[in-house]
Design a protein around this ligand. Structure first.
Ligand SMILES: [Zn+2]
Length: 247
């Protein structure tokens, strides 16, 4: 007779090495048309259709992409614990081209003629305002995009602020060795315990981010923060308008 000794998941799993890592998120950028309805077709706070937008996805919309749950055996407590090192957060960022049909959207300043460059100099100054003030007809795509990227940066900062809290909660998740038959089952069980933690993490992040965006003057301040991008384009336009000679 052969006796087969079945190893318990706790013997099978690698041992936990030190405290759990700070989970590291990456951000997946989707275009607005990914969502339905397309948020570009929904008027913003001002009642106008947006020129561009940034927003995190809701949980229902699929804010969180799959993440790997790796069980490890914690000898001290004789429990299976879990590590999650990478995960993905889905956000929407883009320019609403359909809402800009009344303007001349400049993708590349170098394509503008001398006369157009002179007119565009007036319009680029209007890009310090939010919403952008257009005297002639030029809207600069790069600047609109830079504005949305500032929102994304604020969102990423908010995510970073909530990460240690998520890390603490992940560290507290445990499964008893006797509760599961295999490491795979442990991973599934751990994952089911972790999902609600990620959801509440996202809810906290989005709540904090909303608070920031609801601050009075937030949009205007964001627009002023793209100053270096505006200045860069303005300098190019100056050169093209005055043909490189000192005005
Ligand atoms: Zn904005």
């Amino acid at each position: 007779m052969r006796i087969i000794l079945k190893r318990s998941p706790c013997e099978e799993a690698p041992s936990c090495q030190g405290p759990p890592l700070l989970p590291s998120p990456s951000f997946q950028e989707l275009s607005p048309s990914h969502l339905s309805p397309d948020p570009c077709t929904v008027p913003g706070k001002t009642g106008k259709l947006p020129a561009g937008l940034f927003r995190p996805l809701t949980i229902k919309e699929g804010a969180l992409s799959s993440f790997a749950t790796l069980p490890c055996y914690d000898q001290q407590s004789d429990l299976l614990r879990f590590t999650v090192d990478n995960f993905e957060i889905n956000v929407v960022l883009g320019i609403c081209d359909n809402n800009l049909s009344g303007w001349d959207v400049v993708h590349d300043v170098a394509t503008l003629s001398q006369a157009a460059s002179c007119a565009a100099l007036i319009d680029i100054s209007g890009h310090y305002k939010y919403p952008v003030e257009v005297t002639y007809r030029y809207v600069f795509r790069e600047i609109l995009l830079a504005h949305e990227r500032r929102h994304r940066a604020d969102f990423e900062t908010t995510v970073g602020q909530w990460l240690p809290d998520l890390q603490k909660k992940i560290a507290a998740v445990a499964v008893k060795c006797a509760e599961v038959q295999s490491v795979t089952e442990a991973a599934t069980k751990g994952r089911n315990k972790l999902i609600p933690l990620f959801y509440s993490f996202l809810t906290s992040v989005v709540g904090s981010y909303k608070q920031i965006t609801n601050t009075q003057g937030y949009e205007e301040t964001t627009q002023l923060s793209v100053d270096s991008e505006i200045r860069k384009l303005r300098n190019k336009l100056l050169t093209q308008c005055f043909g490189g000679s000192t005005p």
